[in-house]
Design a protein around this ligand. Structure first.
Ligand SMILES: [Zn+2]
Length: 480
């Protein structure tokens, strides 16, 4: 039997952080008292008319451009008909055959479309604890009903659960940096569904897919897809066929339960929304959206890798624009900048020092001035101070807000030992004398034994000695 290949596409709902709802003037809210942000329009009273939110359209254009989508010169709204308590109109205003954003790409993954729609209200299944008049209750909070959403749909280009979760992180980071959504998965402002199928490796046909709904963390996205792939492989290996259905993944038990057999588009009886005119994205609107785009994570990561950072470092910085700009400021202030070394200090030592001091860093007004960190990095690179001493200076910079690295080095007596005064050589000699067994082992070619002597020297010098110089002196004194 040929190996089965995973085929995964994602559908991501992004709640837009506009001031008001998609088609009425109600304010958006999260966590307010239920049913305080409602009006006749979002409660679907008879005879009311929707008015599209201009800000939501501008945000959708930003998302579309960030995902390299073709922008439709003229797109229309459709009614998607379904009956459910979270939807008082009995239809959702969405987009169907002409979405505002057409084919695009993020990283290696093709985007099918990104369209505008309105969110449903929130249903709370209170179960037996929420009995009203003796009956089991479900409650509806209409505050969320009518919130603007952009639904982003990918082609089935993902080939594994981890890859899907990784890509979803990049998407979230990208949308976050556009400043159009809170993209908070726990609060539901970013919701991820996955379409999952398997097929014989090398095949170009698609197998029957199932849809995993509403996984509210990246970890659950990965685990849910893994569980579903395993289930489907089991069915196919046993000679069965996968049924098209919608599934819920329970992260606590790891179980998949069927919610319903999957609807087809014709079940929704889509038809053009007669109460709304087409969205015509003018050149000026598109230009304004384009002008407002920041440098996006994928582009920034590629630029950093081009400057010599490794992939993990580049991705880490690209995911945090504040830290990335700080990194660039330190680099700009450095006299002999080595981007990889500067990135190590910023993402490694500085982050650790800030965490140690329990500082929630705001890189807009950084705790350590970029010039001070640049000077510190320069001093360690020039071996004026050891790396360990550099770390001590950094802790002082973080804690006191001082900016004069040279003064701290002087005051704390942290200048690197070694050089010509012979003090370091004397400490090395004493350490060798103190551990003849280790010295013997080193002479006999046991390279690891040198660590014991280096450790003693570092302790004696309080970390002020340069490790390379200590190693050199030990070998020299042992006649190696
Ligand atoms: Zn309203």
């Amino acid at each position: 039997m040929p190996e089965l290949e995973a085929v995964i596409g994602l559908e991501i709902h992004v709640q837009l952080a506009t001031r008001t709802k998609m088609f009425c003037g109600c304010a958006l809210s999260f966590g307010d008292e239920p049913n305080v942000h409602t009006c006749p329009i979002c409660l679907a009273h008879p005879g009311v008319l929707p008015v599209p939110n201009e800000e939501a359209i501008a945000y959708a254009l930003k998302i579309g451009l960030a995902l390299d989508c073709e922008i439709a010169p003229r797109s229309i709204f459709h009614r998607k008909n379904y009956f459910y308590p979270d939807n008082p109109k009995a239809y959702q205003i969405s987009q169907y055959d002409i979405p505002i954003c057409g084919p695009g790409k993020l990283g290696d993954i093709r985007i099918t479309r990104a369209h505008l729609e309105e969110d449903a209200a929130k249903t709370i299944h209170a179960g037996s604890t929420g009995r009203i008049h003796g009956s089991t209750a479900s409650l509806v909070d209409f505050n969320r009903g009518g919130t603007p959403l952009v639904e982003i749909v990918t082609e089935p280009d993902l080939r594994g659960a981890a890859e899907a979760a990784e890509w979803a992180r990049l998407l979230r980071e990208t949308v976050r940096q556009l400043d159009v959504s809170n993209v908070n998965m726990e609060e539901g402002s970013l919701r991820i569904d996955a379409n999952v199928s398997v097929r014989p490796a090398g095949s170009t046909e698609l197998g029957t897919k199932t849809e995993l709904k509403n996984m509210n963390s990246f970890r659950f996205v990965q685990r849910g897809i893994e569980a579903e792939l395993e289930r489907q492989r089991g069915i196919v290996d046993a000679g069965g066929t996968v049924e098209q259905e919608t599934l819920h993944f329970d992260p606590t038990s790891g179980d998949l339960t069927s919610l319903r057999s999957k609807e087809e588009a014709h079940d929704y009886r889509y038809f053009p929304e007669p109460d709304l005119v087409a969205i015509v994205a003018t050149e000026a609107m598109i230009a304004a959206a384009r002008a407002s785009l920041p440098e996006l994570p994928a582009a920034r990561q590629a630029r950093y890798e081009g400057e010599g950072l490794d992939e993990a470092q580049a991705r880490l910085l690209a995911a945090d624009p504040g830290q990335a700009e700080y990194f660039e400021a330190v680099l700009a202030a450095s006299t002999a900048p080595e981007p990889r070394v500067v990135a190590n200090w910023v993402t490694g030592e500085l982050t650790a020092a800030l965490r140690g001091a329990e500082i929630d860093e705001d890189y807009g007004s950084p705790t350590v001035a970029p010039a001070a960190l640049a000077e510190l990095i320069g001093a360690t690179a020039a071996k004026t101070i050891s790396h360990g001493s550099g770390r001590q200076v950094l802790a002082i910079l973080v804690e006191t807000g001082e900016g004069d690295v040279a003064a701290i080095v002087e005051r704390e007596g942290l200048a690197q030992m070694g050089g010509d005064d012979g003090e370091l050589a004397r400490i090395v000699a004493a350490a060798i004398e103190g551990d003849p067994a280790a010295a013997e082992q080193i002479r006999n070619g046991n390279g690891k034994a040198i660590g014991a002597i280096v450790g003693v020297v570092m302790r004696e010098t309080k970390g002020r000695a340069d490790g390379g110089e200590v190693n050199r002196l030990i070998r020299e004194q042992l006649g190696l």
